[in-house]
Design a protein. Structure first.
Length: 170
């Protein structure tokens, strides 16, 4: 009698990325290496319309506001108009830029410069959760980035914590 092999589904806990908090990093302007790692992603997320005069300055402003967790209206004047910066932040959030950058930074082959700013990306993604809602929180949870989560995973709705329930949706 031949041996019958029964396929076993991989354990979602074992295959999930390691969940952790990203170590905090104080804000500082982007270095040339960090900007070189970010620029292609920003160019891909930029839609039709007028070109941004200083995209690096915009990213510096967004990261500053994300790390300090202050409202946009309290942004220092040196960065420009708060409404303009927040509008770009929202556009990039709707284009899923923050979640893509977070996924790229968490990849095993991520550039060292992107890994260096992972905390800033987590904070920007966390701020974008107000726009993205539960879908963004699900992505952050799948990536294992607790710093990007809007709340601790134990406070998330139970259906988001089950890998089987989210697989059957949509």
């Amino acid at each position: 009698m031949p041996i019958r092999i029964i396929p076993i589904e991989p354990d979602p806990i074992a295959t999930a990325p390691r969940r952790r908090f990203t170590p905090p990093r104080v804000w500082a302007p982007l270095t040339d290496a960090e900007w070189a790692a970010l620029a292609p992603h920003i160019a891909a997320a930029h839609r039709a319309g007028r070109k941004v005069a200083d995209p690096r300055g915009r990213m510096n402003a967004i990261f500053h506001m994300a790390v300090t967790d202050r409202p946009w209206r309290l942004m220092p004047e040196a960065f420009g108009k708060p409404d303009t910066i927040s509008r770009h932040f929202r556009r990039w959030a709707h284009a899923a830029l923050w979640l893509r950058l977070l996924g790229t930074a968490r990849a095993p082959d991520a550039p060292k410069a992107l890994r260096a700013i992972e905390y800033w990306l987590c904070r920007a993604a966390r701020r974008a959760m107000r726009i993205l809602g539960l879908d963004g929180a699900l992505v952050a949870e799948r990536l294992g980035t607790l710093t990007a989560m809007p709340v601790l995973p134990c406070y998330m709705p139970a259906r988001t914590r089950s890998p089987r329930s989210s697989a059957g949706r949509r």
